[in-house]
Design a binder for this molecule. Sequence first.
Ligand code: RIB
Length: 336
Amino acid sequence: MKATIEEIARIAGVSKTTVSRVLNNKTDGVGAKTRQRIELLLEEMYYCGHSEAHPLQAPRSKTVALILPDITNPFFAELAKAAENYLSKSGYMLFLGNTDFSPEKEAQYLKSFISKRVDGIMLVSTAQTCTPNHRMPAKYGTPCVLMDRKLNSMPYTAGVFTDNEYAVFRSCELLIRNGSTSIAFISGPKDVSTSLERVEGYKASIQQYGLPFDGRLIKFSNYTLDGGYNAIMELASEGIHYTGVIAANDTMAIGAIKALSELSYRIPQDVEVIGFDNIGYSRMCSPPLTTIQQPIIEMGRTASQLLLNAIDGKKLKDRRVYLQPKLLIRESTRKE
Ligand code: RIB
């Protein structure tokens, strides 16, 4: 359903000027609740700007853009492949924008892809940084679907996510049941929703099982091999003792295993290790990694389906889909 500025103003019960101010990010003097109400209507009703500016007035390009933080991370590569597979079967070409963890590049890709008249955008955001360009999909009525990570600047945008908190709660529970009373957590970046949700799952499990909470056991890192390796070396330099390590993704878990081996820890006898994602390397590393299986293929397909429905102007029944992760027990943890 496409809406004009007049319709948005009428439904929101405000003037056209107020809607324009929100559209152009000039929101001083506009109450927070009013702004949120207008933003929701803009995203839900896909405001159509003036025809000369509106990319969706033009005939469809049958192209979709996928913007993601790090194509060298197998999680994102597998996610991109799943999305491309579904979209190409639906007659769409996929353009890829790799932001290399840069919010500035992410903003540039949003602007460039909209100006190139893609029919829709799938976004795995690299950070919570909100830029005016993050308002462009709503402003120009370009359907946008989030994958994997939520964005404070796009609170109502449709998306497909994993239940991160539950997943890490289960991982921590396994280590506690195996006898661990001191568990290190290697997190992703602080300004990424999946990192914060996983830390919450770790804290909830520690609390549920009555373990003492020690903030020194949480290391924020960057979802990379070196990030996992360096976090273990940092814990060693601080003389911090633990018998379990949970890494917020498999890439960091593999880096952590390398560091633990260099420090002469035996896995799992001395320290148990659990990752997150279940990328292909996780079953090939030594020892094979216990991890959380993210439904990567399902996430790519479901997000693609949501986006194509939005492009076809169908009202999205479920704007936010949560997929269930699964704990895969391999040899980096002891048998329960
Ligand atoms: O491996 C990259 C991580 O960042 C994944 O766990 C994914 O959920 C993303 O948030």
